[in-house]
Design a protein around this ligand. Structure first.
Ligand SMILES: Cc1ncc(COP(=O)(O)O)c(C=O)c1O
Length: 442
């Protein structure tokens, strides 16, 4: 007899008790604090975080601090799991749709990014998402992946490892030569010219953590679409985006960007539980791909294994959510972080982050001791600001700022800069204090 979702990896039958528990789990994680924040008041939003109050935090894009609602949701799930691990987990991940928590997590993400929950795979971070995308591509010997010189180590490394396994090649191109002369037209043109007959994917980063530059993804998508004209489906070039520093900052409707696949962590600007992320891709992309890690979110795969045949249907997103038992209390609490952003209002979040970083850049650009790299143009930047203090190494800058309880960071790239990033927890007064401190450096 074929196994049902409930039987998936489970030998006992706790259907009734477990089924009764699941709605409680979800309800617990949705319960609001007694005094909800005023989401229209940034001071009130800031109070939701347990951040050390004597520091100015300009590196939350590195790893999130959890707002109160997220901490509570994690804690409530943790209590449930600690009280009864088998019942809590079994009922939540193997139950049919309306009480299935991974599915609810996908629904929450979809309500934010504007897509279909069924096109989302849940991952632990951006790194895992990029790795499963590039390794999942049906690459053949001689195929090529085109990427850029501006991407993060984990992006290049995912491509290197994936191409190395099958005799495919990869190539990096610069999208601009100087931070002073970045043009969306030129970026799109460079991508268009660089795509060759063997190119199967173009990998780019929405917001560069090397410089703070935000790419015109829609324009790049047009170049890729042009290259695809007349190509057979199997030779189509896919546009893959590392979106981690855009999500939670820019318009979240990423399905409108025009890319084919989008990998992100939700533990940076999203303030989601640490160790969470997702990949969104078009269904035709999922269909072309091969999973690399066994999943727990697709009973049909388990049934095929149990019946000793290959899966009979085309691949879909759920096949790509890495399985195995995990820090469930974290990834189940992700909807709470999504709701936190929806409550603040994505457009307000974008405006606030641009306003604070705009204030930072405007003043840095005026300082004679500073070389500012991030464009001031709001269309070419987001929440990250990179600069040098003339005559100082970036790590000295960061150290000197930390001595004054200002948390900045250096960019982890071959050419490294000092980096600050204002998020919704910061204030214009904090930006002024940081600028005063930077002015006195060097
Ligand atoms: C552009 C970019 N991509 C990916 C990562 C890795 O993110 P994650 O920790 O979600 O894997 C980082 C930094 O941490 C990054 O700056």
């Amino acid at each position: 007899m074929p196994l049902t979702r409930r039987d998936f990896l489970v030998s006992g039958s706790l259907s009734l008790a477990a089924g009764a528990l699941s709605p409680l789990l979800v309800h617990a994680a949705k319960s609001k604090p007694s005094t909800p924040p005023d989401f229209k008041d940034w001071e009130s939003v800031r109070r939701e975080f347990d951040l050390a109050p004597d520091y100015i935090h300009l590196a939350l894009f590195f790893l999130a601090s959890h707002p109160r609602a997220v901490r509570q949701a994690i804690e409530q799930y943790r209590e449930r799991i600690d009280a009864n691990p088998f019942v809590a987990v079994d009922s939540a991940i193997f139950e049919p749709t309306n009480v299935n928590i991974p599915l609810q997590v996908c629904q929450a993400i979809a309500s934010y990014i504007g897509g279909d929950p069924q096109h989302i795979a849940l991952t632990q971070n951006t790194t895992t998402g990029l790795a499963l995308l590039y390794h999942g591509l049906p690459l053949r010997e001689g195929d090529e992946i085109l990427t850029t010189t501006h991407d993060h180590y984990v992006h290049h490394e995912s491509i290197r490892l994936a191409t190395g396994r099958c005799g495919a090649t990869w190539r990096k191109i610069p999208l601009f030569d100087s931070y002073n002369s970045i043009s969306p037209d030129e970026i799109a043109e460079r991508v268009r010219k660089a795509i060759g007959p063997k190119t199967r994917a173009v990998g780019v980063t929405w917001v560069h953590s090397s410089s703070g530059v935000r790419l015109p993804i829609a324009r790049i998508a047009q170049s890729v679409a042009e290259a695809n004209r007349g190509r057979e489906e199997k030779d189509r070039v896919l546009l893959i985006v590392d979106g981690v520093h855009g999500l939670g900052v820019e318009d979240p409707k990423i399905t409108a960007l025009g890319c084919d696949a989008f990998a992100t962590g939700t533990h940076k600007w999203m303030f989601g539980p640490r160790g969470t992320g997702f990949v969104w891709a078009k269904p035709a992309v999922w269909q072309r791909m091969r999973p690399i890690i066994p999943t727990f979110t697709s009973p049909d795969i388990f049934e095929a294994w149990e019946q000793e045949h290959d899966p009979q249907t085309p691949a879909r997103a759920a096949w790509f959510s890495p399985g195995g038992f995990q820090a469930f209390e974290h990834y189940w609490a992700l909807p709470t972080a999504v709701h936190f952003h929806q409550d603040m209002g994505p457009a307000r979040v974008t405006a606030r982050i641009h306003e604070l970083n705009g204030q930072m850049k405007a003043e840095l650009a005026r300082m004679p001791n500073i070389q500012l790299y991030t464009p001031r143009d709001e269309n070419l930047s987001a929440g990250i600001v990179c600069f040098d203090v003339k005559g100082m190494k970036p790590e000295q800058v960061v150290k000197r700022l930390l001595d004054q309880r200002i948390v900045a960071s250096t960019t982890p790239y071959r050419v490294s800069y000092a980096r600050v990033a204002c998020s919704v927890v910061n204030t214009p007064q904090e930006v002024d204090s940081v600028l005063r401190a930077i002015r006195q450096l060097g």
